[in-house]
Design a protein around this ligand. Structure first.
Ligand code: SF4
Length: 170
């Protein structure tokens, strides 16, 4: 069992109420935040803003192969894949030193989405098998850390399992 005050949880910054979304808004999630002890330390991360993109910014999506997608602006087709991946490499080094116990990702994001993110193929077909660029890099780097997204945590069973793994409860 881990002391609650020792638990540091990474979280997509918009879920914590930071106004970092492409449209200048946030996605403050009081349900999720309220499910955790007050003593946990939140470590907010916004891949797109921390990599250098502005707020507001052009909306992006994933394109190419679902296994190795690119992140591009929807309207203008600007490819920000290298920007995000180069930032992620350095950020993951820093998060390693943070000693995170887990991470909560924002669902449906081409950067933070953990599962079933739409990827537009070269043929124009949409496949919903992708993972956001930062989420994919995080899971590859920390394969044994518990991770979930805001939609998954709406399930009481998933929330309980996530909390049990974070606090290493029997
Ligand atoms: S989903 Fe991720 S990239 Fe998008 S605003 Fe939230 S933290 Fe930033």
């Amino acid at each position: 069992m881990v002391s609650e005050s020792e638990v540091r949880i990474g979280i997509s910054a918009c879920l914590l109420g930071r106004r970092v979304r492409y449209d200048g808004g946030d996605r403050l999630d009081t349900y999720i935040l309220g499910a955790f002890p007050l003593s946990v330390v939140w470590v907010p991360v916004c891949p797109e803003v921390e990599a250098g993109l502005p707020v507001p910014r052009d909306m992006m999506h994933l394109a190419g192969s679902p296994d190795s997608p690119r992140i591009v602006t929807i309207e203008s087709g600007i490819d920000h894949t290298a920007l995000i991946l180069e930032w992620a490499e350095k950020k993951l080094e820093a998060l390693q030193r943070e000693g995170l116990s887990g991470f909560i990702f924002k669902s449906r994001s081409p950067s933070c989405g953990l599962r079933e993110i739409p990827v537009e193929g070269a043929d124009g077909r949409i496949r919903t098998a992708g993972r956001g660029l930062f989420a994919a890099a995080f899971v590859e780097r920390f394969p044994h850390l518990p991770v979930e997204d805001d939609e998954g945590l709406r399930s009481p069973e998933v929330m309980k399992d996530f909390l049990d793994r974070l606090f290493q409860r029997e």
